[in-house]
Write a protein that binds this ligand. Sequence first.
Ligand code: ZN
Length: 512
Amino acid sequence: MPRKKFDIATAIANLSAYAEQNLDANHLDIIYAHNQLLSLFKLSQPSEPDNPLPDFQNGILEPIVKYAIKNKLCKPEEALLFETKIMGYVMPSPGTVVSAFDAIAANESVKKATDYLNTLSVKSNYIRMPDIQKNIKWTAPGPKGDLTVTINLSKPEKDNKQLEKERLLPQTNYPKCKLCIQNIGYAGALNYPPRQTLRAIPIYLADEQWYFQFSPYVYFDNHCIALSAEHRPMSITPATFTRLLDFVDLFPHYFIGSNADLPIVGGSILTHDHFQGGSKILPMLHRPAKKLFHSQAFPNVGIAILDWYNSVICLTSQNRAELEKVAAYILHNWRNYSDEGNGIFAKTKEQHNTVTPIASYNETSGYTLHLILRNNRTDETHPHGIFHPTEDMHNIKKEGIGIIEAMGTFILPGRLYKEIESVVEILTGKTPLNFAELSDESHPLYKHVAMIAQLANDHGTNLDDEAAETAVVNHINSTCFKILQCTAVFKDTETGNNAFENYLKKMNFQQQ
Ligand SMILES: [Zn+2]
């Protein structure tokens, strides 16, 4: 059968029909949007949609964008900006989405309401599922719980030409950052993601205006963000615990946590107070206690050292007010706690001790707060951080170890995928092992030279494909475990464990 000739008017009708059927868009709003699209594509009258509708991604959206590029409505490098712009036309308005969310939460359940927003985010391509599905994910088995490892291939690699174009673009200070609520509807630019399809729900946390939205990058199921209405720096204070627990009161089916408020141990955005959360699937959340404590001052709170790779105090209680008090007490103590023998200095010229707090709720045990103890001090031998992966692990991960990794979910850079393939070629003998070439700084595998030497020494260079791949993956897995151990302020040694217990005892917590 000959392929039907592409007709832009039909394609636009298909997009409008898709939105009405899948995005819960109002019929009048769709008539309105359809007219805007006709104007954008300089068409005088509409066509009927196909029946049945073609596939959204390949049959509707991509052909429209291709047509737009061919007819100079957008430049090839602006495809994503243009695609998001036309999706913005057919999306229900931000206010309509809030009303729909609130109605579902009131009449059905808050879980149904978050499911609605998540589905809308996927079906509108705000969450680009076909890209996310490119990510490579596996489990790294470990003695204190398995880790999840993801190679992030969902962000397309940019070539040098594109990077140069981006570099030459004027820098603006609007929106102030990628988390500001002013991003809703923002057209973006080559160096800034378009956000016409972003929708957020206003919420109150500790009597303050915040917003709830999904992350477009989906590092785990239902990966969501809560952000302050005010563009202000991340800051962990007792009020943070109140806000986190208010969040789990609103969304008891999700966990929520805040990155630490200092560089190296915080996340990539320290300039805007925000939390990250989602389904309670991150490995740390499922770990048992290693040592139990109790406190006369806080008799209704279970206090424990968690059996995990870094240093976590786990607090559990049905009594929210008391839980907040003990968390504030520990935060105050930790900010000022030094243990020179174990290299912990609370502050030198500046503050080093802080926490990564995570809240969750469970009907049986009540509220839980996990406090991951962090320290960002550097010295001459550890310029990247004393409690940070050492340089020999930077070929796998160099960036700060934020909340998601600290909880056992590793997101590794997309470049690793091709690099692993090249290392496999060496271990199978398809590419001769040549240290002189690898030691040249311009070689793409230069950063992996120590890892390659180790793997070649342990396994030789005559492996079959599967064995070679397993060897590299095992090396990455063990590096991820080492990275977490590096972030532990109290090491998992007799000295470290004693020091951790002593710290709790100094706060008048008695071991059970
Ligand atoms: Zn901001």
